[in-house]
Design a protein around this ligand. Sequence first.
Ligand code: ADP
Length: 252
Amino acid sequence: MVDLKRVLKSYNHKNVINDVSVSVEKGTITSFIGPNGAGKSTLISMISRLIAKDDGDISIDGKDITKQKNNDMAKKISILKQSNNVNLRLTIRELVSFGRFPYSQGRLNKEDWAKVDEAIDYMELRDMQDKYLDELSGGQRQRAHIAMVIAQDTEYILLDEPLNNLDMRHSVQIMKTLRRLVDDLGKTILIVIHDINFASCYSDQIVALKDGEVVKQGPTCDVIDKCVLREIYDMDIDIKHVNNQRICVYFA
Ligand code: ADP
């Protein structure tokens, strides 16, 4: 379980995360939604310790994250940020093998390579695993980075807008893969996501943020609600029920 209590973060005397309390159950997908600048990225970066909080408590499975050793954290929680457009001269397979670093410190054993193979297959990258990252499309590169996170094989996986650069087929493929990681392997996934329909169709819980505060958190059906969405996005969004899912219509 991930537990945030009264967390605060400020930059230049302005609170960008203000008194946020959120809890995430194990074995679920939680989506963080909200307009640009709401604080979504800052929040998940604090959970993974990439950014230090200024106040409040963050614990994972009851343990204060500030008291954990780096390597223990790296086996418990992985994060993929948006900045994966650095074109390193690496093949997909090499990149994915970096996910095993917390276990192997660079000397991968048979089990590590098996995890690398598994992650490559999960993301359907086997045919192109020896291609260099700078030979790939943005979407293929994104899938390679997600494979690296899968190879890290942590209980908790944090993803910051993983659908950026992806076409519809690959977006659906990624969300289905995340669902499988949760439903079949018991992972817990926290995801910052822009497209509220992907959040609606694939998450168990949604945390809606605006101006650094939680507007609403709860089961997906409670957050994908006309009044809540109006409060978050300052616009009227119709909600249609299609195949037992709530689809937001925001083009009008
Ligand atoms: P979101 O992910 O919801 O788009 P962010 O978490 O990236 O929002 O940003 C929240 C707010 O914090 C924004 O107003 C942003 O400008 C500000 N912010 C983020 N990082 C920094 C930083 N390093 N220095 C100053 N302000 C920052």
